[in-house]
Design a protein around this ligand. Structure first.
Ligand code: ADP
Ligand code: MG
Length: 228
């Protein structure tokens, strides 16, 4: 019902995507950790229940890669929200997008950035992809694939195929990521009872880019659901 509503809302907006807020609510319904946040209309009062530092993200129907157009600002205080919003409005306008509102959320402490994606593949179901974010995925294309539904053992094997697994495990004095939390997150997405199995046919693709995996949690800080 919630899912059908999201699909109907996207259709009503003539949009090929759920909003980030909708997508994160959906993830959260399936037990996937997301940052605490609130979607605000322009000029709305600063939320008091969120803990600083905050992240401010542009809400705009035409904007897909928010940071490319200056649509993401990290490490912001509540007091800075009006000026940050105004700068974001100007920056989006210069790139031809209208700022409709902002999503203000708590900033997740630094960790390893992991990409988790899934694409509906005719005849096969959902193809699931996992990789290390940033330069490792862009330059070295260090990603690993599997077909849903995936067991935790299969997810663990997918991670084992990544050259960058050493990095996740804290190579060269880096942070040791909570791998079980990452496996749990992928399981809630792609496991037998997971979100993918429940999605209506209209949903074609999902992108959690990035999932921040720190020493004790794995949090989806961005969520893109493509509908068609
Ligand atoms: P986009 O991919 O549309 O440019 P994201 O929502 O992925 O925008 O944000 C861009 C980057 O900002 C992320 O890759 C991440 O490094 C950082 N970021 C976004 N949201 C948060 C958050 N809540 N906590 C910490 N870092 C964040
Ligand atoms: Mg992103």
């Amino acid at each position: 019902e919630f899912l059908a509503k999201l699909v109907a809302q996207a259709a009503a907006r003539e949009s090929a995507m759920f909003t980030e807020t909708e997508g994160k609510a959906l993830l959260s319904n399936f037990g996937i950790d997301t940052p605490r946040g609130v979607a605000l209309e322009l000029g709305a009062p600063v939320p008091t229940e969120l803990r600083e530092p905050l992240v401010v993200k542009a809400v705009s129907a035409t904007l897909v890669h928010k940071s490319d157009a200056g649509g993401v600002k990290v490490n912001v205080t509540a007091a800075q929200l009006p000026e940050v919003t105004e700068a974001m409005r100007a920056s989006l306008a210069a790139a031809g997008h209208e700022l409709e509102g902002v999503l203000v959320e708590e900033m997740i402490p630094a960790g390893h950035e992991v990409i988790v994606g899934a694409v509906r593949t005719p005849g096969l179901g959902w193809t699931v992809m996992v990789g290390l974010g940033g330069v490792l995925v862009e330059v070295f294309e260090d990603v690993s694939f599997g077909l849903a539904p995936l067991t935790e053992a299969q997810i663990s094997a997918m991670l084992g195929e990544l050259k960058g697994l050493k990095v996740l495990n804290g190579a060269r004095g880096g942070l040791k990521a909570d791998i079980p939390a990452l496996i749990g997150l992928i399981g809630r997405l792609a496991g037998p009872e997971g979100l993918l199995a429940q999605l209506p046919d209209e949903v074609l693709e999902i992108d959690l880019n990035p999932v921040i995996v720190s020493a004790d949690r794995a949090v989806a800080v961005d969520a893109r659901f493509v509908v068609g």
